[in-house]
Design a protein around this ligand. Structure first.
Ligand code: CP
Length: 363
């Protein structure tokens, strides 16, 4: 039995397999309409969502299954102090598979350690959003006919944008991808993604503040929202919120074959006047999201009878209980009973990372 917590949990072959199943579902929806008859999906959303929750629910319903769940923490027993671990154990008695969104980074991972059914991370804080990444990969594959040999521009909030981090992580495993990272100085891609993903994989990349300069060379433009909810300083948000606005005039600088993606919701970073441009893929992307989630539910449910893959935190690669995560958004900093565990990632530099949120410590 497996869960999907981070896009790294799947090999490139498995991702390509999911994309292929999703395309097959698009072509033959009737063939899958009873595939999950009698199965239940629990959507546990501790943070707001439109697309992810409803696309998961639509996906399960279109597979012939049914759905239970909640859409806000205040209507669950989390409001009374129930832990993520206990919630996961309880829901395992009611459902066959869980999709969880949580504002605390690492919460779906904690759920997966404690559930006896597969857990899908539907977004944890600023950390990961692997099913958005699968959606993005299916969109690129369906719209461009390939997932390699392209220049991909990420624009906007590259610091807090979990969809950006996850998609870069996935693209790092495809051939000849060049990244153009477009952001204001304050919202640059975190250095650990640059060091441990982009540079490590040898991906070519440039950082720039100018969307106009970058546009002519892009095959994909991945626009993102400046995420008000992640800012601790409201003045900084006000200063940065309109850093980039894609307009029809700017689209004239883009290739005729370019594809514009956005995980949505948008605020005003793409003018509605761009929506009718055939290169604007973001509403088609929403539709792809439902199909790839159907493929994912099928895959994880097909593996439930296999032994549960539980990570072992034993051995000299791990540090236990001697340090505390410094990331205030980490689940381990708000659920005190969780063991404090760090994986050593660089012995020489004495760097380790929290197993829940990947926050860095020097030990
Ligand atoms: N793209 C995305 O995650 O949208 P929601 O927040 O509406 O789920």
């Amino acid at each position: 039995m497996r869960s999907l917590i981070d896009i790294d949990n799947f090999s490139v072959e498995e991702i390509d397999g999911l994309i292929s199943v999703a395309k097959n579902i698009i072509a033959n929806p009737a063939k899958y309409s009873e595939a999950c008859r009698g199965k239940k999906l629990a959507t546990l959303f501790f943070e707001p969502s439109t697309r992810t929750r409803l696309s998961f629910e639509a996906a399960m319903l279109e597979l012939g299954g049914s759905v239970i769940g909640f859409s806000e923490a205040s209507s669950s027993s989390a409001a009374k102090g129930e832990s993520v671990a206990d919630t996961a154990k309880v829901i395992s008695a009611y459902a066959d598979i869980i999709a969880m969104r949580h504002p605390k980074e690492g919460a779906p991972f904690v759920a997966s350690l404690n559930a006896s059914i597969p857990v899908i991370n539907a977004g944890d804080g600023g950390h990961c959003h692997p099913t958005q990444t699968l959606t993005d990969l299916l969109t690129i594959s369906a719209e461009c006919g390939r997932l390699d040999n392209m220049t991909v521009g990420f624009c906007g909030d590259l610091k807090y944008g979990r969809t950006v981090h996850s998609l870069i992580n996935a693209l790092a495993r495809y051939k000849n991808i060049k990244l153009v990272l477009i952001s204001p100085d304050e919202l640059k891609i975190p250095s650990f993604i640059k060091e441990e993903t982009i540079k490590k994989c040898g991906m070519e990349y440039v950082e720039t503040a100018s969307l106009e300069n970058a546009l002519p060379e892009l095959d994909i433009l991945y626009m993102t929202r400046i995420q008000r909810e992640r800012f601790s300083d409201p003045e900084q948000y006000e200063r940065l919120k309109d850093s980039y606005i894609l307009t029809p005039e700017k689209m004239q600088l883009a290739k005729p074959t370019a594809a514009v993606l956005h995980p949505l919701p948008r605020v005003n970073e793409i003018s509605v006047k761009v929506d009718d441009d055939p290169r604007a893929c973001y509403f088609r992307q929403v539709r792809y999201g439902k199909y790839i989630r159907m493929a994912l539910i099928l895959k994880l449910l097909s593996e439930v009878n296999e032994p549960k893959l539980t990570p072992s935190f034993d051995g000299e690669d791990y540090i236990r209980e001697t340090h505390t995560c410094r990331n205030v958004r980490c689940i381990s900093t708000c659920e005190q009973e969780l063991p404090k565990i760090f994986k050593i990632t660089d012995k020489n530099a004495r760097i380790a990372r929290c197993v829940y949120c990947e926050g860095k410590i020097n030990y």
